[in-house]
Design a protein around this ligand. Structure first.
Ligand code: SF4
Length: 121
């Protein structure tokens, strides 16, 4: 039976441990090594099964101090839906005044996550 290894750099904290998972030919995790703490094992298990990412971007704002308003998701989304959300943000325009935390897009792409302003303007 063949085994493969995959190495990830844990991004949960600045220590940045290189964590190696060993998988059998069915993709089952046989071992996880190199993590200094349990959060690294959880991070790699998630990367192997359902990787999630936070997304930050900007949208157009009218009447604000700057031309673009920084936005962030209310919680991480599946990594493979990042481009869908970026497309949904394309061309979105809001008007000042906006408060930090205001919803810019509710339930973006049906993911159950909101795009919110990450600053007031
Ligand atoms: S395994 Fe633990 S100590 Fe290492 S980077 Fe991840 S969170 Fe930090």
């Amino acid at each position: 039976m063949g085994e493969t290894t995959k190495t990830y750099t844990c991004i949960v904290c600045p220590r940045g441990c290189d964590v190696t998972a060993t998988l059998n030919d069915k993709g089952d995790i046989l071992s996880i090594e190199g993590n200094f703490c349990p959060r690294g094992e959880e991070y790699v298990r998630n990367e192997l099964t359902h990787p999630m990412r936070q997304l930050t971007s900007t949208v157009i704002i009218k009447g604000g101090l700057y031309d673009r308003l920084p936005v962030i998701l209310s919680s991480p989304i599946p990594k493979d839906r990042m481009m869908d959300v970026m497309k949904a943000l394309d061309g979105v325009e809001v008007s000042s005044p906006i408060s930090r935390g205001d919803v810019v897009i509710s339930d973006v792409c049906g993911l159950g996550v909101d795009v919110v302003a990450s600053r007031s303007m």
